[in-house]
Design a protein around this ligand. Structure first.
Ligand code: PLP
Length: 403
């Protein structure tokens, strides 16, 4: 590891970024050059163990031989970027077919570029059926930053300040079955006509908060009782990070509409066929599905997860990691450890300590990110090994045992 971070090559890029581009949510001065497995290399040859999987977007790690094979197949094909909702492609059909093998029965998909667009198309499907009524979403939710999705996001004021909103009713995201607000949804549905209920099952950006069983079951129960579509946003949790394909599988329910992106490589709104808009062009986009390469990598990713039993690995490695992190609870400002599978949140007593520890972990060669006000988010690639978990835990133990 280069002692001085950023190294000179990285620094040049960061300076250029600050000069010519919007300085967005960059956490630390990492300029990614390449990666192998669960290790990311920066432009100066420094190597970092990656406990972020790029917020879940790289579930099978970096330079996976299956992904390289797909990329090689397309290396001489110049028709990778097509107007994918105007022209058919084999990759689109194959991704939809492969995805259907892990979706609830009777679901179909619509592909789009990003997570926010996946959510927006999910809510458009609900509006088309129900009309332009308010939607229900949760405090602490993150559903994306485009204006529609942003209306239902409620995790940090900086995301929303001075931006207009679609009509929304908010409920508390309950993480305990005995929360006094666990039945609040019933009151809202009794008093208001609404178009949909939208929630994550594990809040991502909001702090890796895991919904209580009763909370999700209640949303399902009352959505069915009042005839309202339940939309689950699995953009961050979907495709294996919780040890199951979808986080909702831990709750024995199925949604009516879902959104995915990140690990899938493309955005997707997925819906029960009975909610499909009757008119063909209600949903579309020039770059829907990203590109033929993204869709091919997405389908291959699902096949690799199945073939290599990576859900089982995520569950096993997640439980080992959580157990190790729980030993840090109570020490030096660590106030909580929570999560499902390989989606683990570690909460500090103060935001300042959280920021300091993220920077120190980075300098010690471990990548993690912040979430919520005071938490760390840990979401390693599903291919992570026991040795890498031990290595990460050892770095965390050292860094988190200091003041
Ligand atoms: C649950 C959830 N929904 C939506 C989004 C938005 O996805 P994107 O950043 O691809 O627009 C995110 C991104 O972090 C997310 O975590």
């Amino acid at each position: 590891m280069n002692k001085k971070l950023p190294g000179p090559n990285s620094k040049k890029v960061i300076d250029k970024m600050r000069r010519y581009a919007y300085d967005s949510t960059f956490m630390y001065p990492l300029v990614i050059a390449n990666g192998q497995d669960c290790v990311i290399e920066d432009l100066d040859g420094n190597r970092f163990l990656d406990f972020t999987s790029n917020i879940g977007a790289c579930p099978i790690g970096y330079s996976h031989p299956d992904v390289i094979e797909v990329l090689t197949e397309y290396s001489t094909n110049g028709t990778h970027k097509i107007a994918g909702q105007d022209f058919y492609s084999k990759e689109h059909a194959e991704l939809a077919e492969t995805l259907s093998t892990i979706l609830p029965r009777n679901f179909k998909s619509f592909f789009i570029n990003s997570g926010a667009e996946a959510v927006e198309n999910a809510i458009k499907i609900a509006y088309r059926k129900m009309g332009p009524l308010p939607g229900v979403s949760c405090l602490g939710a993150f559903h994306g930053r485009t204006l529609g999705a942003l209306s239902f996001t409620f995790s940090k004021p900086v995301h929303k300040y001075n931006f207009p909103e679609l009509p929304v009713k908010r409920i508390k995201f309950c993480t305990r079955d005995d929360d006094p607000e666990i039945d609040a949804i019933e009151g809202i549905l009794k008093e208001n006509k609404v178009a949909f209920i939208l929630t994550e099952v594990v809040q991502g950006e909001g702090g890796y908060n895991v919904a209580s069983k009763k909370f999700i079951k209640n949303l399902r129960k009352f959505a069915t009782q009042y005839g309202i579509p339940l939309i689950l946003d699995e953009v961050q949790s979907g495709i294996g990070h919780t040890g199951r394909w979808w986080a909702f599988e831990h709750y024995d329910i199925t949604p009516d509409i879902m959104s995915a992106a990140k690990a899938l490589q493309v955005g997707a709104a997925m819906y029960n066929k009975r909610l499909e808009p009757a008119d063909r062009s209600a949903l579309s986009s020039t770059w829907g599905g990203g590109s033929r390469i993204d869709m091919a990598v997405g389908a291959r990713t699902i096949r690799v997860i199945k073939r290599d039993k990576l859900l089982e690995n995520a569950a096993r490695m997640g439980s080992m990691l959580k157990k190790g992190l729980e030993e840090l609870a109570g020490r030096k400002g660590v106030v909580d450890v929570r999560g499902l599978g390989l989606m683990i949140g570690l909460e500090f007593d103060t935001r300042v300590r959280r920021e300091k520890k993220i920077a120190e972990l980075f300098k010690s060669g471990l990548l993690v990110l912040g979430a919520g006000q005071k938490s760390l988010r840990i979401i390693p690639p599903l291919v992570i090994t026991r040795e890498q978990i031990e290595q990460g835990l050892s770095i965390m133990t050292q860094v988190l045992s200091r003041n």
